[in-house]
Design a protein around this ligand. Structure first.
Ligand SMILES: *Cc1c(COP(=O)(O)O)cnc(C)c1O
Length: 360
């Protein structure tokens, strides 16, 4: 029996994708072996990898002057790889701090850049908002500006794309990539760990504009050197082949389900329903002002926090898994990525209402 899995990551995958992987597990398209068992240099696997990239390019309408890399080390690896590849050691880099993941990116960048300038920090609202762009204190010639479009823990999402002129815009899209259409041409670099909206953990997708490739410092590990990885189709060493294959199945699933426009509309409706249920309850609450609410991660608290444990136990028994909030914020968090069907959100809302009737 499948449960509705609200985990923040690794997260639920589309059932159709898991079933196809299962059907192909021991004998992929007559090859007599699993994708897991194939050489990454084989024609078969190179085909799988190339098709995944082509489908991602089509889904996100990625312009031809961008490379798509499938790297290891997760999004956290890119916290180091980005400064190493596109900023000199004596440069200034700009970061927006909107919460937990921004902070981690900032901490890592400090090891690699002379000056990490935090252009804005939403600490005054307990990281529940995005600072007004007009107030940002930018460096005119920064090597890049980094931000986190969706803060996975706080449940805070940017309602706009920053305007940075000639300064390359770098975005950690780990928890919102593919959740709706986005204009890639506004960015110098987009990256995202796979385990939220793409597939299994182990892969980080990096979409990088050509002019930012070839500037890496000599000390950059070659497996994170964008030039080297672009030249070898992300296969200078053995890539996470099975994860790459599953990511490809997810891209096909997205295409079959109407692409990012359809997914965006579905996600908007899922989130709107859940926030309306929270706001209208008089029992549950979400601390994020409406313009900054995430479509992907919905934290909420109970009016009686002493009931948290009971809520989680009963939710699990009802087939609603992994609703516990992040350890740093407590309460609950429902992650409702692309693969969470609307029925899962409906089931959560029905459970929340019933729980409130009995305990509220
Ligand atoms: C999950 C997450 C990360 C960390 O990803 P890893 O692949 O575990 O390194 C970084 N940024 C954001 C926004 C995330 O949601």
């Amino acid at each position: 029996m499948r449960v509705f899995n609200f985990a923040a990551g690794p997260a639920t995958l589309p059932l159709e994708v898991l079933e196809q992987a299962q059907a192909e597990l021991t004998d992929w398209r007559g090859s007599g072996m699993s994708v897991m068992e194939m050489s990454h240099r084989s024609k078969a696997f190179i085909g799988v990898a190339a098709e995944a990239e082509a489908d991602l390019r089509e889904l996100m309408a990625i312009p031809s002057n961008y490379k798509v890399l499938f790297l290891q080390g997760g999004a956290s690896g890119q916290f180091a790889a980005i400064p190493l590849n596109i900023a000199a050691a004596d440069s200034t880099v700009d970061y927006v701090n909107t919460g937990n993941w921004s902070k981690k990116a900032i901490t890592e960048a400090k090891a690699y850049c002379a000056t990490v300038n935090v252009v804005a920090d939403s600490g005054d609202t307990k990281y529940c908002t995005v600072p007004d762009e007009a107030s940002w204190k930018r460096t005119p010639n920064a090597a890049y500006l980094h931000y986190t479009p969706n803060e996975t823990i706080g449940g805070v999402e940017f309602p706009f794309i920053p305007e940075t002129g000639d300064v390359p815009l770098v975005a950690d899209f780990s928890s919102s990539i593919l959740s709706r259409p986005v204009d890639v041409s506004r960015f110098g670099l987009i990256y995202g760990g796979a385990q939220k909206n793409i597939g299994p953990s182990g892969i980080c997708v990096v979409i990088v504009r050509d002019d930012l490739i070839g500037r890496a410092r000599a000390t950059t590990p070659s497996i994170w050197n964008y030039k080297e990885m672009a030249a070898t189709d992300s296969m200078s060493n053995t890539p996470p082949t099975f994860g790459w294959y599953i990511a490809g199945l997810v891209f096909k699933w997205l295409k079959q389900n109407g692409g990012l426009a359809a997914m965006g509309e579905r996600n908007r409706l899922k989130a709107a329903k859940l926030y309306a249920a929270i706001d209208g309850s008089g029992f549950y609450s979400n601390p994020v002002p409406v313009p900054f609410r995430s479509w992907m991660n919905v934290p909420f608290t109970l009016a009686k926090p002493e009931l948290d444990k009971t809520f989680l136990t009963e939710a699990t028994a009802a087939g609603l898994a992994n609703l516990e909030g992040h350890r740093s914020v407590g309460g609950m968090r429902a992650s409702i990525y692309n693969a969470m069907p609307p029925e899962g959100v409906d089931a959560l809302i029905a459970f929340m209402q019933e729980f409130q009737r009995r305990h509220g």
